[in-house]
Design a protein around this ligand. Structure first.
Ligand SMILES: Nc1ncnc2c1ncn2[C@@H]1O[C@H](COP(=O)(O)OP(=O)(O)OP(=O)(O)O)[C@@H](O)[C@H]1O
Length: 940
């Protein structure tokens, strides 16, 4: 943001002292909009003012000629900050840091300083944050080819690598990872950063790949000086931050590339919070650093099921595809009704959906708690009650760490910490969740003591800020009580003084009063004003009255006012003491917050299971997916009884997990599925069926059930056995990625390529209408080849398609089966039954759906006409069987689909020949030419 800087000494001198200050701060924060406090307003100048006018809609005026200015009132600054941040801007808030009256008295300009820099990824204020969403800041550093890293986790040593770090200032979590550059976008999509910092470039523009990341992630970009991302600087910064000589204690050697972005993150956080980047935390008090920022933890990709950004999007895990809204997503559905009761639980739930587990044991651990809650309705209610009173302890602790906690935060923290006792009692009685009891029990004493101290000191309804005091209870501090008494007595004193003056002056209409601007005064009516005694000093003239002050009243005024300001200072000191007490419990508060979040998210799973008839899936190691009467979690809720449940049977039947109480029921369900499915060992199902029949719904439902099962949640089905998955891949729908310069078809093929390269026999792949973005022949060929490829690799795969020719693959591959979605034809109409059945179909009813959608009748009629002609040609076409064999590399026969569209030119030529007009020689000649033509053909 360019500013009009004084470009010579003369110009600098022409600026007022306040504007000189403004310029100085602006130069220190060139990438920020500067909110410059002037009295009751934050003013912005030059380009910042124009931007504020555009983004905030505030009036653009001029301070002096040629200096645009816009302002926002100080008391509503948070709302304006929020809008600036939402629009992706950074704001430096410059406050007056001394009393304006004092500065005036000493004849100098009031002292100012930038007290905070608010950026999209470094927000801590409650009003600027969404309680259910994490708000991470991420940093990326590109390192070139992988061989640069001795200990990289990168599978392909030739690929280019990058390291990323992400931290959440509002909670203190901090992670790092080193990845193949191709994996960056998928991991960053799960992190969902609000702001991405990168190494600044010579031309001031972000590199193309950084810009592309930001566009895809919809986050703001912040350049940082290159030196902050150098390995040595970064390591040094991290050592200082954690007050350690080495980082090995955190699991990092100093040449670990993941430390480069981590160091840059710490530097940036300290800078935006206006904390000293050079201090060593061992030497500092706990609030002069980011005391709540946890040491970086290495993120290992394979610890969780991988869901790339395409799958996250197409499965509508967090947002819907079409509108991009949270409403209608899986997350919103889980939240609705049976929602978590704490903000921390809500955030954890989102995290669990984006990072499903990959090992059986931790999944079953969560299932056991959900099961215990499902079986014990009283426990579920009690848990809800105990957690209901817990506020956002994570974020309050973070605000304490960066010195931005409010009186309300402190009181909320006290109330939340007090809940620990209720939680402990509840867990003590429940052997099924005994493992939670010990950690909760160990927190009871310190947290209860903190809660008691806060409750003893603070009023129940605290003010939003401490400008006027009002937080500390009467009787808590004798010094504060003394100041308060002085103020409270002022009423009586004034009444006494007024009576005294009336008696001595004999002016019964005389009044003694107070106002904020002029302080204490004696008021005489206009008629009496000349009767004022000589020792009264005139203070203010009003229309109908005159106001005076006496030395006695002046002295009293000073005493009361200083008592008021001393009282506020005393309250601020007591508040700071209580904050420090709370800061000393940071570790315990974090642990408490984690336990609360976990129990809350599990409670949400349990409530959903109870209310929506979800069942515990049996988790097995074998690559299977067997679902009996499964439902789509979102549509099920929308359609209720009208939703038609369907089965899924992929992979050979397995024995159920030993400790599953539902194992016998599930085993019988599995056998039912096997008999229904003509090929019990099939891992790939081709699903054909009319448009609108429910193919997409069915395959998504299978993926969502798999995903939910890996989070530890119960699933919407009558029973389910889910084999552990390493990844879920999806290729659904068509979306243009114009900002990345890719066409719809290119996106489709890029996603398909990703599946081909990475799917394993442990993956789940769902594919919807592959190949529809290009010509029929190209599309069908691609779909065919892909289906063959997947049949050979062997992931569990559901492949919805309108290319009915693909169903022939079931004859060639033992592990490929056909399913179709049934419809009933009735009086020239079709009825969608939404029921999946074994076997194939050869009709799409596309024209029927087009008619329902309102296509003009003449277009529908013509389409029907054309369809009849094409169908005749289709039937006449020769249909040699495809003789492709699984695993065979032999050349494959041309498939029927090609012959039905393209006749050989020799056949066309034959059709043209009029036999009645030919001599035997001419006939022989034509025969010879045709023979040559056939011999010349490439595949002859
Ligand atoms: N199992 C079901 N029970 C009830 N309604 C369903 C079911 N499955 C799908 N539907 C309804 O049918 C509509 C169309 O479903 P879906 O998009 O899955 O069809 P499709 O076969 O994939 O269609 P197309 O081939 O045109 O893309 C859904 O929006 C939903 O309203």
């Amino acid at each position: 943001m360019s500013q009009v800087a004084p470009n010579n000494v003369k110009a600098a001198k022409a600026l007022t002292p306040a504007m000189q200050q403004y310029q100085r701060f602006k130069q220190q924060h060139p990438h920020c909009v500067l909110f410059f406090r002037m009295g009751d307003f934050y003013e912005m100048f030059h380009d910042d003012a124009k931007l504020a006018h555009k983004v905030l809609g505030v009036t653009l005026t001029q301070r002096t000629e040629g200096v645009p200015m816009a302002g926002v009132p100080y008391h509503s600054v948070e709302g304006y900050l929020r809008r600036m941040i939402q629009a992706g801007h950074r704001v430096a808030v410059c406050e007056q840091v001394e009393d304006a009256a004092q500065a005036k008295a000493s004849g100098s300009v009031v002292k100012r300083d930038v007290t905070r820099v608010v950026t999209p990824g470094t927000i801590t204020d409650e009003s600027l944050l969404d309680e259910g969403q994490e708000n991470p800041l991420a940093a990326v550093v590109f390192h070139g080819p992988a061989r640069a890293s001795a200990k990289s986790e990168i599978p392909n040593p030739k690929s280019e690598i990058a390291s990323i770090a992400w931290a959440e200032l509002s909670t203190g979590t901090f992670h790092v990872a080193t990845l193949d550059v191709d994996e960056l976008i998928d991991e960053l999509a799960r992190v969902h950063p609000r702001e991405l910092i990168y190494c600044e470039t010579a031309n001031g523009e972000p590199p193309a790949r950084v810009r592309q990341l930001a566009d895809t992630l919809n986050c703001s970009l912040t350049p940082r000086p290159a030196w902050q991302m150098r390995q040595e600087e970064a390591v040094d910064q991290l050592r200082k931050q954690y007050g350690v000589a080495q980082l090995t204690g955190f699991g990092f050697e100093e040449d670990d590339l993941a430390l480069a972005p981590a160091g840059a993150i710490v530097h940036y956080l300290l800078e935006t919070q206006c904390l000293d980047v050079n201090s060593n935390s061992k030497l500092e008090t706990s609030n002069s650093k980011l005391s709540h920022l946890q040491p970086p933890r290495r993120f290992v990709r394979n610890d969780h099921m991988v869901i790339d950004q395409t799958s996250l999007r197409s499965l509508e895990v967090e947002r819907t595809l079409r509108s991009g809204e949270v409403a209608g997503s899986l997350l919103a559905t889980l939240q609705a009704g049976s929602s978590c009761v704490t903000a921390m639980g809500k955030r954890l739930l989102r995290h669990w959906l984006c990072y499903p587990l990959r090992e059986r044991e931790p999944i079953e651990h969560r299932q056991r708690v959900v099961g215990a809650l499902v079986d014990d309705a009283r426990f579920l209610d009690e848990l809800r009650d105990a957690l209901d009173g817990v506020q956002d302890v994570q974020r309050i602790t973070a605000r304490l760490a960066v010195n931005r906690a409010t009186p309300r935060d402190l009181v909320a923290l006290g109330r939340s910490a007090a809940q620990i006792r209720q939680l402990e009692r509840m867990l003590a009685d429940r052997p099924t969740v005994a493992h939670y009891h010990a950690p909760v029990d160990s927190l009871v004493e310190p947290l209860e003591s903190l809660a008691n101290q806060i409750t003893e000191a603070c009023v129940e309804e605290p003010p939003g800020h401490l400008r006027d005091g009002g937080l500390i209870r009467d009787g808590y501090d004798s010094q504060l009580d003394e100041y308060r008494n002085l103020q409270r007595d002022s009423h009586d004193w004034l009444a006494r003084y007024q009576k005294e003056l009336i008696d001595t002056t004999d002016l019964p209409s005389l009044k003694v009063g107070y106002n904020k601007v002029f302080g204490y005064y004696i008021e005489l009516t206009r008629a009496n004003r000349d009767k004022a005694p000589d020792n009264w000093t005139r203070k203010q003239t009003l229309k109908n009255a005159e106001r005076f002050i006496t030395p006695e009243l002046k002295e009293y005024e000073q005493k009361v006012l200083s008592a008021e300001s001393r009282g506020v200072s005393r309250e601020q000191a007591l508040f700071a003491e209580l904050c420090e007490l709370a800061r000393q419990q940071t570790v315990g508060l974090h642990r408490f917050a984690e336990l609360v979040a976990e129990l809350d998210a599990l409670g949400c799973f349990a409530r959903r299971a109870v209310r929506h008839r979800y069942v515990k899936p049996t988790i097995v190691d074998e690559p299977v997916l067997h679902v009996d009467a499964g439902r789509h979690p979102v549509l099920d809720e929308l359609l209720g009884e009208q939703f038609v449940p369907n089965d899924v049977a992929l992979g050979t039947a397995v024995s159920s997990s030993d400790d599953s109480p539902a194992s016998s029921e599930e085993a019988s369900a599995n056998s039912k599925l096997e008999t229904r499915n003509s090929k019990p060992q099939a891992s790939l199902a081709l699903i054909t069926g009319p448009n609108m029949a429910g193919k997409s719904t069915y395959i998504r439902q299978a993926a969502l059930i798999t995903l939910l099962a890996h989070t530890g949640s119960f699933v919407p089905a009558a029973s389910a056995t889910v084999g552990l998955c390493d990844r879920i891949f999806t290729r659904i729908g068509a979306s243009d990625e114009l900002h990345t310069g890719q066409s719809t078809f290119m996106v489709e093929m890029t996603e398909t390529a990703n599946i081909c390269h990475h799917a394993t026999d442990r993956s789940l792949v769902i594919l919807d209408e592959i190949g529809r973005g290009t010509s029929t022949l190209d599309g069908l060929s691609l779909a065919w080849a892909l289906a063959e490829h997947l049949a050979q690799i062997g992931p569990r795969c559901l492949f919805a398609t309108h290319y009915h020719e693909l169903t022939a693959l079931a004859d060639e591959y033992d592990n490929v089966t056909n399913l179709n979605v049934t419809v009933r034809e009735w009086q020239d109409q079709i009825v969608f039954l939404h029921r999946i059945a074994p076997g194939k179909t050869d009709r799409s009813y596309g024209i029927h759906v087009a008619k329902i959608a309102g296509l003009p009748q003449q277009v529908v009629n013509r389409a029907n006409e054309l369809l009849s002609q094409l169908a005749v040609n289709h039937e006449k076409a020769p249909t040699p069987a495809a003789r492709t064999k699984a695993g065979s590399s032999a050349k494959r026969d041309q498939l029927p689909l090609f012959t039905e569209y393209v006749d050989h030119p020799a056949i066309d030529a034959l059709r043209q020949v009029d036999l009645t007009q030919l001599t035997p020689m001419q006939a022989f000649d034509i025969l010879r030419q045709l023979r040559e033509q056939v011999e010349d053909a490439p595949d002859a």
